[in-house]
Design a protein around this ligand. Structure first.
Ligand code: H79
Length: 425
């Protein structure tokens, strides 16, 4: 029910597990959060300076694509238009577009070509919200929200005129750029109510009609869950679920989207950077719960990934070079992982990811009699293990430990990788 038959086959998505999210737009040179237009209540006229000074002269899409590939990412999702309304492609339906800035190029085309060239699947982010369009009705998230006056203003606004643009631009994107594998709409908020205006959902976007057009143009496409239709890829934002995600008691296809530093657009002064190890653990944690991870980078105003992002992507790539078989095609395991560990499973291979290195031993409950061979994945070195028979083991207080398990004999020295993995056959 959550994955309609008309939607594309999600097999590649479930296998690939790891994607790059790219937020790039006029908020990139402003360099202070992609929502700054709303945070600072900036009118489109005041936002114009970012359009005039947009000049990502160092943007090299091939370099972006190589960086993503080296990090072990298999697909990417790029902002075609964020809430600010600016189009990153040469749209025929608006002048507010990249090809009208000093750069005069269709950056979206360059980016799609480059990532495809590196073998990554293509995802397009498209904002349902639009703070630039003069007919988009004002609400509590809008930069021009303020007080009761906007009730009056909204009477003069005609959402249908905005819907022509929304549907028309999505049609362009899914017609002019070849095969698109994934479309990521953002976002619906039907339950919000500010008194003078309400949030927006499926009726406001004409979501049913939009979804039908998407599937007509790209029959194999995957769609995320933010059209307010209660279907598609479930997309928890900057939130790690505690277990495989379910809806109505059934497992769903889901994808965590996470930032490196708490914001999506480039933010120069932000200091909330997660460590490489923490980001890697988020990927492992996600796959251990049957999810994908879409990890974000916000390129700067010159069109480059900044050094802090590159450092992290490289670190994850080094780990992925040695360990990706615990990620690609892997999924949740029914076995209960020891504390500070995560399992993933691929067929009859079980992968124990050890987040916190223990002294010498780790007990794997319920695996007694099931393990034939064990090795560290980083160097394929054998790990000895023994069956742990509770009948034989009496504690100092004469209480029997009643847990059947396998005990691994680990080296005292933690292997020199961010997260060691033991592969169990
Ligand atoms: O594109 C990225 C974000 O800009 C967008 N989705 C990701 C992928 C997004 N940001 N926030 N949201 C979606 C959810 C809305 C959060 C809000 Fe708020 C909480 C809106 C108002 C209160 C945070 C605080 C943002 C504005 C104020």
């Amino acid at each position: 029910a959550n994955w309609p038959a008309q939607y594309g086959d999600p097999e590649w998505f479930l296998h690939d597990r790891f994607g790059l999210f790219i937020h790039f737009g006029l908020y990139s040179p402003a360099a202070r959060h992609e929502w700054f237009m709303t945070h600072e209540k900036i009118h489109p006229d005041g936002y114009r300076k970012y359009f005039e000074h947009f000049e990502p002269d160092l943007l090299n899409a091939k370099e972006w694509a190589r960086t993503a590939k080296q990090a072990g990412m298999k697909y990417f999702v790029i902002t075609t238009k964020h809430h600010e309304g600016f189009a990153l492609w040469d749209t025929r339906l608006s002048d507010y577009k990249v090809s009208n800035t000093s750069i005069k190029r269709d950056l979206l085309r360059e980016i799609i070509d480059a990532f495809r060239g590196e073998g990554l699947k293509v995802g397009l982010y498209h904002s349902l919200i639009d703070w630039y369009h003069p007919e988009f009705t004002l609400d509590g998230l809008h930069p021009q929200r303020n007080d009761e006056d906007f009730k009056e203003e909204n009477i003069n606004r005609n959402m249908n005129k905005y819907l022509d643009l929304l549907h028309g631009q999505v049609r362009e994107l899914l017609t002019d750029y070849g095969k698109i594998d994934y479309i990521w709409f953002d976002f619906s908020y039907p339950h919000r109510d500010w008194g003078w205006s309400k949030g927006k959902g499926a009726n406001d976007w004409q979501s049913e009609k939009l979804e039908k057009m998407v599937l007509d143009l790209q029959p194999d496409i995957l769609i995320n869950d933010r059209l307010d239709l209660n279907r598609g890829v479930t997309t928890p934002e900057q939130y790690q679920p505690n277990e495989p995600v379910e809806k109505d008691g059934l497992p769903v296809i889901w994808e965590a989207c996470q930032t490196m530093n708490g914001t999506w657009g480039y933010h120069r002064d932000n200091l909330d950077w997660k460590s490489t190890g923490m980001l890697l653990k988020m990927l492992i944690d996600t796959v251990s719960k049957n999810g994908n991870l879409l990890m974000n980078v916000g390129p700067n105003g010159r069109g480059e990934f900044d050094s802090r992002s590159i450092l992290r992507l490289q670190g994850i790539g080094e780990w992925m070079r040695l360990h990706s078989r615990s990620i690609y095609g892997a999924k949740h395991s029914e076995y209960k992982a020891p504390i500070d560990c995560r399992y993933t499973q691929n067929g009859n291979r079980l992968y124990l990811h050890i987040f916190s290195w223990p002294f010498r031993h780790i007990h794997l409950e319920g695996l007694d009699g099931k393990v034939k061979y064990a090795q560290l994945l980083n160097d394929a070195s054998e790990v000895h293990f023994r069956e742990f028979d509770p009948e034989e083991v009496i504690t100092s207080t004469e209480t029997k430990i009643d847990i059947h398990s396998v005990v691994l004999d680990l080296p005292v020295q933690k292997p020199d990788v961010l997260v060691p993995v033991v592969e169990l056959f």
